[in-house]
Design a protein around this ligand. Structure first.
Ligand code: AMP
Ligand code: GLY
Length: 422
């Protein structure tokens, strides 16, 4: 089979790495890919959001399966256009991707199908939004409705912060059109976890859970990022909890979407708050998490390409997944300054040494310059290791991090602390 993965992050490197192991694979492409992906796939310089470019390439190269990594092309209709061109695609239609593309629509779906989540209200008018805040008080959460690269959520400790958040999103248009509408939510407390299920429109197959670290610095301090590290399994989600999540959150969502005529196909990523009242949904994403995808792919024993095909062909009910019992943990190395502004172009050395003991360095923002690997993004590497238990996986990952010679980068030193403390 010829497979094309769309995207250029650590997630896409992990997807390519897993697909490349399949005996069914004949040729793997990635668009646009990065400096590390080029070691497992042929990278082709087409932007991940260039829908005509991707459809054209998939058609001319006779690609058997396209796997779309990021949300933006999905929300823009990449899966629909590939489908119309007769090309198999793993990823939801634009309409189904609205589960991530509009927080308001996602909340309405939860309300309609009784899915446990934070109480909420939607507003397209500033004064009414502020009045709601005045009535409900703080802490409270203000969210831009649309895609805002993970930055559109503002946790407000007091009412003044919440009024300021409304102004920031609706008046100052900090997130452009994504903030024409806001969702205001009850503030939930508990432990967060990332839960993933593959979905073929009708059947949902749970994957293992993971935990992310959104804050930039140790101790969960500093600004929010796309994620500074992750591990799997998530001790907070045991077998019984996983079953409860499937029954109360994932399955009603899949059934509801199918009933509404917008079946979901692809990977459904539930950001969860494990509260004293049980698991509650924070948000849905229509794609794999990054960095969560990296420890997930390392733990997967089954042939990932075969599983993706079952998802695309509506046969997930026939699949039983096999996982390594070991834990896997990813430490993200980012460019100094991230998530703010940072320099590009510094050289990264020691990658071979870092992988000498079985760790895998997934690349995100890197480019290949002859033999040299240069940093070209905010999140740059995902150093991933597997071992019996999170504590050992953590040690192994940080030993690999220590071998990487990149003075312009930084990483958290406490990835996995929650699981280790247990
Ligand atoms: P999101 O982009 O929706 O994942 O939100 C980013 C982060 O904000 C989440 O990972 C949570 O830590 C936090 N968050 C979002 N919604 C809520 C909520 N209703 N209550 C508490 N924390 C929340
Ligand atoms: N790591 C969280 C996300 O991918 O949205």
């Amino acid at each position: 089979m010829k497979v094309l993965v769309v995207g250029s992050g650590g997630r896409e490197h992990a997807l390519c790495w897993a697909i490349a192991k399949s005996p069914m694979l004949k040729k793997l492409y990635c668009a646009p890919g990065n400096g590390g992906i080029s070691s497992v796939a042929e990278c082709t310089d087409i932007d991940a959001e260039d829908i005509p470019g991707i459809v054209g390439f998939a058609t001319s190269e006779k690609i058997d399966l396209v796997v779309v990594g990021p949300e933006a092309p999905l929300v823009a209709g990449m899966a629909d256009r590939l489908d119309e061109a007769g090309i198999k695609v793993f990823g939801p239609s634009a309409e189904a991707a609205m589960i991530e593309g509009s927080k308001g629509l996602m909340k309405d779906l939860c309300a309609k199908y009784n899915i446990p989540t934070a109480d909420y209200a939607r507003f397209d008018e500033c004064d009414a939004a502020k009045e709601y805040i005045r009535v409900h008080g703080a802490p409270i959460v203000v969210k831009a409705d649309g895609l805002a690269a993970g930055k559109g959520v503002i946790l407000c400790r007091n009412e003044n912060e919440a009024y300021a958040a409304i102004d920031h999103i609706m008046i100052e248009s900090a997130f452009g059109d994504a903030g024409t509408e806001v969702v205001i939510e009850e503030f939930m407390t508990g432990e967060e976890a990332s839960f993933f299920a593959l979905v073929d429109g009708e059947h949902a197959l749970p994957l293992v859970a993971a935990q992310d670290h959104k804050a930039a610095y140790d101790g969960d301090e500093g600004p929010n990022t796309g994620g500074m590290g992750a591990y799997s399994p998530a001790p907070v989600i045991d077998k019984a909890m996983s079953k409860q999540i499937m029954e109360t959150i994932i399955e009603p969502t899949i059934r509801g979407m199918a009933d509404d005529g917008i079946p979901f196909k692809g990977v459904l990523f539930a950001g969860l708050m494990i509260t004293e009242q049980g698991p509650r949904l924070i948000e849905y994403n229509c794609r794999f998490g990054d960095p969560e995808c990296q420890p997930l792919m390392m733990r997967l024993k089954s042939d990932f390409l075969e599983v993706l095909l079952a998802a695309v062909n509506g046969k997930l009910d026939k699949v039983e997944l096999e996982w390594h019992r070991n834990a896997a943990l990813t430490v993200v190395m980012a460019a100094e300054g991230y998530p703010g502004s940072y320099e590009k172009g510094s050289e990264i050395k020691g990658l071979g040494d870092a992988e000498a003991n079985g760790a895998v360095v997934f690349h995100a923002g890197t480019t290949l310059d002859g033999e040299r690997i240069l940093a070209s993004g905010g999140r740059v590497l995902g150093v991933t290791a597997m071992a019996p238990g999170v504590t050992k996986a953590q040690k192994k990952a940080y030993e690999a991090v220590a071998k990487i010679d990149w003075p312009e980068g930084f990483n958290r030193t406490d990835i996995g602390w929650r699981a280790v403390k247990r």
